[in-house]
Design a protein around this ligand. Structure first.
Ligand code: UDP
Ligand code: MG
Length: 312
């Protein structure tokens, strides 16, 4: 009988230091899972260091190593999409090159799909050890807010590391949007998902590519991609302000009738003008966020551009 195939998709951006460690680890797992035919897909996301030449070397000496190299840095979301598209496996796993997604979990993940009938197995870190405290705090807040706002469930601490059956991969690939927020897309497609927990692992080598600002923008991305609640919030705020204005008008009329018409209240007027114009700008800003996403979507630009491919 022909062996089933598993594709390991790894997105790499400036990972020259971590890659050799990763390759060594994943090879150990391959030797453990002899009933599967492995294929590796390294996606070089426009790295500026020696990542590409390391991958090229690996591909030369190991026929199972395939790769794609982007013409510039398109971001991890695009790299994952490209890797999934290029993969041929009956099972596909997505993982980071820095060993923060322990390859040693793979046999158990595979068993859960094979024996317990799950369609995909996701991983989540049960703690955020080694992460700045403020970052953890904002991350928690973000998950709380987005889960209130969106029908698609976002699991706190969920990693992108997961093992999927072919059907799941095909469903994800059918979502061809430009603004890709994978955490949402993985859960949007549904299927029977099992979550496994593990303790946070710090990266083996190299540095994280996520600054606080980048994460903040990513959070906004997630909210606009999976919820329209902010838009409803804008209209709600508008209605609320109108009602408030109505109450004030009535108060002023009543006051004028009872006490006559003394000119006054300039400071309060200035405050009201400032406040309402602030609210208006905020709401226009919210609408602008959605408009910009729609704008980018309608341009239909490619999600990634490949400059170089393996010869295997
Ligand atoms: N990555 C990528 N493109 C980017 C940024 C990151 O392909 O623009 C890859 C990176 O090489 C790594 C994974 O995404 O394999 C996760 O990145 P990182 O470890 O910096 O994120 P963290 O684990 O700190 O969230
Ligand atoms: Mg990492």
């Amino acid at each position: 009988m022909k062996k089933e195939k598993i594709s390991v998709v790894v997105s790499c951006y400036n990972e020259e230091e971590a890659l050799p460690f990763f390759y060594e680890e994943i090879k150990k797992v391959e030797n453990e899972m002899k009933n599967l035919d492995f294929e590796y897909i390294f996606v070089d996301d426009g790295s500026k260091d020696k990542t590409l030449s390391i991958i090229r070397e690996l591909s030369k000496k190991d026929k199972k190593v395939k790769y794609l190299s982007f013409s510039r840095n398109f971001g991890k979301e695009s790299a994952m999409y490209a890797g999934l598209k290029y993969s041929k496996g009956d099972f596909v796993t997505v993982m980071d090159a820095d060993l923060q997604d322990p390859p040693s979990l793979l046999p158990e993940m595979y068993r859960l799909i094979k024996e317990e009938g799950y369609d995909q197995v996701g991983t989540r870190r049960s703690n955020r050890k080694g992460e700045p405290v403020i970052r953890s705090f904002f991350a928690r807040m973000f998950y709380r807010i987005i889960n209130k706002m969106s029908k698609v469930e976002m699991v706190d601490g969920a990693r992108d590391f997961r093992l999927m059956k072919r059907e799941v991969v095909d469903s994800i690939l059918s979502l061809e949007e430009y603004n890709r927020y994978s955490k949402g897309l993985f859960s949007f497609v549904g299927y029977n998902t099992k979550w496994i927990n593990y303790n946070n692992v710090e990266r083996v080598a190299g540095k994280t590519k996520w600054s606080f600002w980048k994460l903040f923008k990513y959070a906004i991305e997630g909210i606009t991609a999976f919820s329209t609640v902010p838009l409803a919030f804008a209209s709600f705020l508008g209605v609320f302000m109108c009602l408030l204005a109505l109450v004030f008008i009535i108060i002023i009329i009543v006051k004028t009738i009872i006490y006559g018409d003394p000119v006054g209240g300039w400071p309060s007027l200035a405050c009201i003008i400032l406040f309402t114009s602030g609210v208006q700008l905020l709401c226009i800003g919210i609408i602008g966020q959605y408009l910009s996403k729609t704008y980018l979507e309608t341009k239909n630009r490619p999600i990634y551009i490949v400059k170089e491919k393996d010869k295997n």
